[in-house]
Design a protein around this ligand. Structure first.
Ligand SMILES: *[C@@H]1O[C@H](CO)[C@@H](O)[C@H](O)[C@H]1NC(C)=O
Ligand SMILES: *[C@@H]1O[C@H](CO)[C@@H](O)[C@H](O)[C@H]1NC(C)=O
Ligand SMILES: *[C@@H]1O[C@H](CO)[C@@H](O)[C@H](O)[C@H]1NC(C)=O
Ligand SMILES: *[C@@H]1O[C@H](CO)[C@@H](O)[C@H](O)[C@H]1NC(C)=O
Ligand SMILES: *[C@@H]1O[C@H](CO)[C@@H](O)[C@H](O)[C@H]1NC(C)=O
Ligand SMILES: *[C@@H]1O[C@H](CO)[C@@H](O)[C@H](O)[C@H]1NC(C)=O
Ligand SMILES: *[C@@H]1O[C@H](CO)[C@@H](O)[C@H](O)[C@H]1NC(C)=O
Length: 520
């Protein structure tokens, strides 16, 4: 061994003593990452200057005060991830006064000692997600006066006790999603005046007390989707003047009380799809800057006049997969910015004239999978251009000429799967298809449904002698008339003939006598 190698070895040994990076760990600056199932006990030689510790995939099952005490004063970040820890003893974090972020995620923790966080007076972020927590001890969180972000998602909480978050006046983000929460109480969110984001989705909430969100005056985002909420109080969102995003989809709401959204003047996004909504009224939506509204998979049966008219900025309105059979001609009043409306898979049988009047920016209308058998000639009145009109899988048997004229302003029309009746009334459609085949999707699969001898014949290929049923009837009738006329004239002819012969026999001399005269 030469001198150089010797010095290097010495330096390594010294550094191991000074910085003491434990086995299975990586140490860099003052941060340590310890990883792997080989780690059975909490690493013991962690340098006192360590500011951040990350433990992951470790087999450590218990965390105790002596694991942490030695290096506690400089520590600001402590994170355990995907490890087998099932127990943290009381007082473990008593000396980590400077801790800013603490996290246990993907562990076996099912409970925590009540006083565990009592000395964490600088903590701003606490992550306890993806563990097996069943309940929150009453005063576990209340010492965390500086906390801004709290993640309790993906646990097994069934309720959140009243005052669980008491005193967390700086909390801005609270994540409680993906638990099994059935119950929250009147005071659960009491005092959280700075909360901006609240995640309560994917739980088992059926309802909530009327004033549950009363103190959340700065709330901007509220996730309540994927619960089993049946009912919401009309006043529940009264104080959320700053709410921008509200998610209520995948619940069991059958109605929205009048005025429930009237104070939400900042709302930019709302999700309401996959509920059981039966009606909407013109007092449901107040003025708000919504850009899209998704209402598919509900049980709406009709749309009354002005029902969306406060939503003057809306661009996309999705009403598909409901049971809508009636749309009032004024249902879309006021939607000056609307670009796309989806009404497919409903129970529409006819649509009123002028329904789309006053929607100057509309470019897509989807009406497929309904039972529409009649469209008025002025159905597209008010529209100057459409990109796409979908009418497939309806009950249309013909289209009036006036409507066909207006279809010229549509770029793409889908008309397949309708029971087209190929009599003389189909001629306007056939002629239109010939001129506009580039606009029509699958023009060759637009086929006759009736009469039976023309079933599945492509409409565009019908020639002028296709002999619809009506023409057939007419020609049969005219054959009968011609035969009748011919028969009648034959009979009349015979009668005249017989009469003439008889009269000739009676006055033969006269005829005979006259002839020479006539030839003179
Ligand atoms: C740690 O465990 C997680 C979850 O079990 C796994 O996805 C990941 O690949 C593991 N990482 C290492 C470095 O073992
Ligand atoms: C959650 O707790 C219930 C009992 O309260 C238990 O039946 C269930 O298995 C637990 N789920 C998990 C993922 O631990
Ligand atoms: C629009 O919002 C106002 C509240 O600002 C409400 O009174 C009204 O009923 C809503 N509907 C219509 C059609 O104006
Ligand atoms: C209209 O529909 C087409 C085809 O589905 C789509 O590509 C386009 O983005 C839609 N336009 C608007 C404004 O929604
Ligand atoms: C056609 O529409 C009906 C509802 O009117 C629906 O049940 C059916 O699945 C639709 N067919 C196709 C091929 O989409
Ligand atoms: C429309 O045409 C496409 C291909 O051009 C085909 O895949 C599709 O099945 C056709 N649809 C109908 C309803 O015929
Ligand atoms: C018409 O076409 C459909 C689908 O291709 C087929 O199921 C039906 O049997 C055809 N009907 C006749 C009368 O050819």
């Amino acid at each position: 061994m030469d001198l150089g190698q010797y010095i290097l070895l010495c330096l390594c040994a010294v550094s191991a003593i000074v910085w003491g990076c434990p086995q299975h760990c990586h140490c860099r600056n003052s941060q340590i990452l310890c990883q792997g199932h080989e780690i059975q006990d909490f690493p013991s030689t962690i340098p006192t200057t360590t500011s951040a510790i990350y433990i992951s995939n470790a087999s450590v099952s218990l965390l105790k005060p002596t694991d942490v005490d030695a290096f506690s004063s400089a520590l600001t970040i402590f994170v355990v991830r995907d490890s087998r820890i099932s127990k943290v003893l009381p007082n473990t974090f008593d000396k980590t006064h400077n801790l800013i972020a603490l996290g246990f995620t993907g562990t076996e923790l099912f409970s925590l000692p009540e006083d565990l966080f009592q000395n964490l007076q600088s903590l701003t972020s606490l992550t306890l997600s993806n563990n097996k927590l069943k309940e929150l001890p009453l005063s576990l969180l209340s010492p965390l006066k500086t906390l801004k972000s709290l993640d309790l998602s993906k646990n097994n909480l069934t309720s959140v006790p009243e005052k669980a978050f008491e005193g967390l006046i700086h909390l801005e983000m609270l994540m409680l999603q993906k638990n099994n929460i059935k119950e929250i109480y009147r005071g659960t969110f009491c005092g959280l005046r700075n909360l901006k984001l609240l995640f309560l989705h994917e739980n088992s909430l059926k309802g909530m007390p009327a004033n549950i969100f009363e103190d959340l005056i700065n709330l901007e985002t509220l996730h309540l989707q994927n619960n089993v909420i049946i009912h919401l109080s009309p006043d529940i969102f009264t104080h959320q003047l700053k709410l921008q995003k509200l998610y209520l989809s995948n619940n069991q709401l059958s109605k929205l009380p009048e005025g429930i959204f009237l104070n939400l003047h900042s709302l930019r996004q709302i999700s309401l799809y996959d509920n059981q909504l039966q009606t909407l009224s013109c007092k449901t939506f107040g003025p708000m800057p919504l850009k899209d509204l998704w209402l598919y998979d509900n049980m709406l049966t009709q749309l009354e006049e002005n029902v969306f008219s406060n939503l003057t900025q809306i661009r996309l309105l999705v009403l598909s997969r409901n049971q809508i059979s009636h749309v009032s001609p004024g249902a879309f009043n006021g939607l000056h910015e609307l670009k796309e409306i989806s009404l497919h898979t409903n129970r529409l049988m006819r649509l009123e004239e002028g329904l789309f009047r006053g929607l100057p920016k509309l470019v897509n209308i989807s009406l497929e999978n309904n039972q529409i058998h009649y469209l008025p000639g002025r159905f597209l009145d008010g529209i100057s251009y459409l990109y796409q009109l979908e009418l497939q899988n309806n009950s249309l048997s013909y289209l009036p000429q006036e409507l066909l004229n207006s279809l010229t302003k549509v770029d793409r029309v889908v008309l397949t799967e309708n029971p087209w009746r190929c009599d003389s009334d189909i001629i306007p459609l056939r002629d239109w298809l010939r001129k506009n085949s580039d606009k029509v999707k699958n023009v060759s699969s637009l086929v006759c449904f009736s009469p039976s001898h023309l079933t599945n014949i492509s409409i565009i290929n019908l020639d002028d002698s296709f002999g619809g049923q009506k023409d057939n009837a007419i020609s049969k009738m005219s054959h009968i008339i011609i035969i009748a006329v011919v028969c009648t004239s034959v009979i009349v002819g015979i009668i005249i003939c017989v009469c003439w012969r008889k009269s000739k026999q009676g006055s033969g001399a006269l005829h005979h006598q006259q002839r020479p005269n006539s030839t003179v």
